[in-house]
Design a protein around this ligand. Structure first.
Ligand code: DLZ
Ligand code: SF4
Length: 511
C-alpha cells in the first residue's frame, strides 16, 4: 500500500480505530482537525468543546508516542479551513505522496452523508470503514430488527447477553433473572451524601484547550470551570477503575434519585469517555462483571450498569441508524411550542428545572433521570417542538453525539416517534418529582396544589397533555387509566386545567 491520509474525528480517539488498524508509522499521515463547523453546527457547550479539543490533542500525543506522523490543526491556526473537508484538502495538498484517504464512518448522519460524497470532491480515492468500536454491528442490529413489529430494548439486551456471555451462567442469566431494575428505584433518605468522586487535574495541554475555547467561543452556553473531566486514556481508565471499585456497589439502589447540590450521586459519569473513544464499552462491562464475580459489587448494581452499556447504548445506536434520516423529522404529538429561555438561563421559579439547568450549565452533565424526567418531561408536557429540544440536548451535554442523543430525546423523552422506542410517553406530574427528589421543598410552587397560581405547573401541564393528546393516545393501553380519569373530569375542571396551562405556556414564551 502507498501512503494514506487517515482522518480521525473528535469522537474517534481510540488506538484500535478501524481506519488506524493498518497505519504504518513513517509512511502514513494521521490528520486531526479542530474546525469551527463541528463546534457550531449546534452551539455546543463550552466545556464539551474544550473536552473534545483537549482529548484530541492528548490523543495526537499518544499517536506520536507510538511513532505515527500526525498533522494536528488547532482551532487557533490562522489558515484553519473551518471544516473537515477543507482540512483534508489542505493535508493532501501538502503531501503529494498521499494516494488515498481512509475514514472510519462517523457517528452522525449529517456528517456521514457528507463523507459519502467526498470521493467526488477529492483528488484521491476514499475508503470508508465501519466503526467496529461498538459491541453490535449494523448488520447484527439489522438481523435483530428483521421481521419484528416492535424493537424492544429488553429482547435486544438478552441477545447481547447471550452473545457476549456477560453475566451468564451457562445459558441462564446470572442470578436467574435478566433484569434487576425493580430493585433500583429506592428514594434516597434525606441527608444522604453520595460518594466522593475522583476527577482528573487538567494538565498544560488541557489548560491550553480550555483557554482556546474561552477565547474562540465566548458566547456559547456553559461554564468552563471547574474542569473535572479526564482528557487522556490513562486518566479515563483510572477514573473508571475507581468507579468500579468504590461507587459501582451502590450504583443500583438510588439510580432514580435527584438531590439538590449533588449532581453525581452514584452515577458512573463515564459516558463522555465511552462516546469519544477513551474507554472501550466491552472492556468496561467485563470489568464490572469481574466486580460481581469476586463479590465486590452486588448483582442489581452490576446488571443495571451493564444493561446501560451493552443494552441501552447499543440499542439506541441501532435505532438511530435503522431509522435515520426520517427519524429526526417525526413529530407524532405535533408539538410546536418554542423552547423557553430558561433552558439556557436557568432563571425560572420551577426549582427542579432551575437546578437541572444550573448543573447542566456548570458541568455539561446531568444524570439520566434529570434528563428524562425534569427537562425531558417538561418539554413533553409543554409540547415543545422536538427539533428545538433535540438541538438543546445535543449542544449542552459533553457526552451528546446525535446517534445517542436523538433516540434518547426524540424517542424516549418526547415520544416524537409515536412509540417506536417507548411503549408510552414518560409523562409525569409533580408527585413523581417530589417522590424522587428534594427539589420541591425549595420551590415557590406547591407540588400538592393542582390548580391556580400556586399550583406546581407539572400538575396542570400533565393533565393538559393527556387531554390535548387524547385522540392520539387513545389506543395506548398503558395510558388507559389517565385517559379514563381525564374523561371523568367535569367540563369545568377540564377547562380550568386548560386555562392554567394556557396562561403558563404563554407567560413562559412557549405558546
Ligand atoms: C463535537 C465535535 C466538536 C465540537 N469539534 C470537533 C472538531 O473540531 N473536529 C472533529 O473532528 N470533530 C469534532 N467533534 C466531533 C464530530 O462532530 C463528530 O465526529 C461527528 O459529529 C460525528 O459523531
Ligand atoms: Fe418542580 Fe413542581 Fe416540585 Fe417546583 S413544585 S420543584 S415545579 S415539581
Amino acid at each position: 500500500m502507498t501512503a494514506q491520509l487517515r482522518l480521525v474525528l473528535g469522537d474517534q480517539l481510540s488506538p484500535g480505530l478501524a481506519s488506524l488498524a493498518d497505519a504504518v508509522p513513517g509512511r502514513d499521515l494521521i490528520l486531526l482537525a479542530e474546525v469551527a463547523r463541528e463546534a457550531t453546527y449546534v452551539r455546543h457547550h463550552k466545556k464539551k468543546i474544550a473536552f473534545i479539543f483537549a482529548a484530541m490533542r492528548q490523543f495526537a500525543r499518544e499517536l506520536e508516542a507510538a511513532g505515527h506522523t500526525v498533522r494536528y490543526v488547532p482551532i487557533t491556526d490562522p489558515d484553519n479551513a473551518g471544516d473537515l473537508l477543507g482540512e483534508v484538502r489542505r493535508a493532501l495538498a501538502g503531501r503529494a505522496d498521499l494516494t488515498g484517504l481512509v475514514l472510519t464512518r462517523c457517528g452522525e448522519w449529517r456528517l456521514d452523508s457528507q463523507m459519502r460524497d467526498w470521493e467526488h470532491e477529492l483528488p484521491v480515492p476514499v475508503e470508508l470503514r465501519e466503526d467496529d468500536r461498538f459491541i453490535c454491528s449494523h448488520a447484527r442490529f439489522a438481523a435483530f430488527a428483521r421481521g419484528r413489529k416492535q424493537l424492544r430494548m429488553e429482547y435486544f439486551y438478552r441477545e447481547m447477553r447471550r452473545e457476549t456471555g456477560l453475566l451468564m451462567d451457562g445459558d441462564q442469566p446470572a442470578g436467574g433473572r435478566w433484569n434487576y431494575d425493580a430493585e433500583n428505584r429506592a428514594a434516597l433518605p434525606a441527608g444522604t451524601l453520595g460518594p466522593q468522586r475522583r476527577w482528573a487535574a487538567p494538565d498544560a495541554i488541557t489548560d491550553r484547550a480550555i483557554a482556546d475555547v474561552a477565547a474562540r467561543f465566548p458566547d456559547h452556553f456553559g461554564d468552563l470551570e471547574p474542569f473535572l473531566f479526564a482528557t487522556t486514556r490513562t486518566d479515563a481508565e483510572a477514573i473508571a477503575a475507581d468507579f468500579i471499585a468504590r461507587i459501582l456497589p451502590g450504583f443500583g439502589d438510588h439510580q432514580d434519585a435527584m438531590v439538590e447540590g449533588q449532581p453525581w450521586l452514584w452515577h458512573a459519569v463515564l459516558s463522555m469517555y465511552l462516546n469519544v473513544g477513551l474507554l472501550d464499552p466491552l472492556a468496561l462491562c467485563r470489568q464490572a462483571e469481574a466486580a460481581y464475580r469476586s463479590g465486590a459489587a452486588p448483582l442489581n448494581a452490576v446488571e443495571g450498569f451493564i444493561r446501560q452499556i451493552l443494552g441501552w447504548r447499543e440499542y439506541v445506536r441501532g435505532i438511530y441508524w435503522t431509522f435515520m434520516p426520517d427519524y429526526a423529522g417525526l413529530n407524532a404529538l405535533e408539538a410546536r411550542g418554542r423552547l423557553p429561555d430558561f433552558y439556557w438561563t436557568g432563571r425560572t421559579d420551577l426549582n427542579c428545572i432551575a437546578q437541572v439547568v444550573g448543573e447542566t450549565r456548570r458541568h455539561a452533565f446531568a444524570h439520566h433521570i434529570q434528563r428524562l424526567m425534569i427537562t425531558g418531561n417538561f418539554a413533553l408536557l409543554a409540547g415543545i417542538d422536538p427539533v428545538a429540544v433535540n438541538d438543546w440536548y445535543l449542544s449542552v451535554y459533553a457526552d451528546a453525539f446525535e446517534w445517542v442523543e436523538l433516540p434518547n430525546t426524540h424517542g424516549m423523552a418526547l415520544f416524537a416517534d409515536g412509540g417506536l422506542m417507548a411503549s408510552k410517553p414518560y409523562a409525569a406530574s409533580g408527585a413523581y418529582i417530589d417522590r424522587m427528589s428534594d427539589y420541591c421543598a425549595g420551590c415557590r410552587y406547591d407540588v400538592k396544589a393542582k390548580a391556580g397560581p400556586k399550583a406546581c405547573p407539572f400538575n396542570y401541564l400533565y393533565w393538559d397533555f393527556i387531554g390535548r393528546n387524547e385522540p392520539r393516545l387513545r389506543g395506548n393501553m398503558r395510558l388507559a387509566n389517565p385517559l379514563a380519569t381525564w374523561r371523568r373530569f367535569t367540563p369545568a375542571r377540564q377547562a380550568g386545567i386548560q386555562a392554567d396551562a394556557a396562561r403558563f405556556l404563554k407567560a413562559s414564551g412557549i405558546a
